[in-house]
Design a protein around this ligand. Structure first.
Ligand code: CA
Length: 234
């Protein structure tokens, strides 16, 4: 059956898993292009112009991290990495290299499909210019006016706190690594100063969350970074 949905490139060396994933994608009206090596994947990314890449990090020829680095030299292609290793350092490195999101094996197909949808949605939204408004649950942020409200009450943030929140808003629903946050909020020379991030994230949660110890909006991705929830989980 020929489908006409977005073309998704899949780089995965495990034949069974590759077949399972491409069948799943095709059942959802995506076109799936599945290859087994990093080399084939890089060629396909260039020649076939897919809308999104699903990349297994453990590949036989080129390391998945290198695939991301090489792609990012010329392409903004959205990338979801699959990590079998459940190693935070692999995931963090992949995100810092330019991957957009990750899943740790084993994961459910529902999870994969929702990540794909979220990423394609985000890409579709991008050319619309600067976002002015963000809302999740009781949290409302007016980006251009630099105003933040919780339960209709205005919250006063310091410039750094606001900048930190803005980076998370621009990536809402997606993880942003410690390094990316430090670089975007404080600057490239601060990427080792993770204590700044801990302190300011604590302050931000204190101002925004009803229970800072059990955050509803500013979520921790253990060992990797933070994610601003896009949906109200309560
Ligand atoms: Ca593999």
């Amino acid at each position: 059956m020929k489908t006409t949905g977005p073309l998704l490139l899949l780089i995965e060396d495990d034949p069974q898993f590759r077949l399972l994933l491409s069948t799943t994608l095709e059942s959802q009206e995506y076109q799936a292009l599945a290859v087994a090596t990093g080399r084939e994947g890089l060629i396909a990314a260039r020649n076939r112009k897919p809308s999104l890449l699903i990349l297994d990090l453990g590949l036989p020829d080129i390391d998945g991290q290198d695939v991301i680095r090489r792609l990012r030299l010329w392409s903004e292609l959205p990338i979801i990495v699959l990590s079998a290793r459940n190693q935070e350092s692999d995931i963090t490195l992949a995100l810092d290299n330019g991957a957009d999101d990750y899943l740790t094996k084993p994961f459910s197909t529902a999870e994969l499909l929702s990540r794909i949808k979220a990423l394609l949605r985000r890409i579709a939204k991008l050319p619309g210019g600067a976002q002015e408004f963000f809302q999740v649950g009781e949290l409302k942020i007016e980006l251009t006016k630099r105003r933040v409200f919780v339960n209709e009450q205005e919250i006063h943030l310091t410039p750094i706190e606001f900048r930190l929140l803005c980076v998370l808003v621009r990536n809402a629903g997606f993880v942003v690594t410690h390094r990316q946050l430090l670089e975007k909020v404080w600057g490239a020379s601060y990427i080792e100063h993770s204590h700044y991030l801990r302190i300011y994230m604590g302050q931000l949660r204190h101002k925004i969350e009803a229970d800072p110890a059990r955050p509803r909006y500013l979520l921790t991705e253990a060992g990797v970074g933070y994610r601003l929830s896009e949906e109200d989980i309560q």
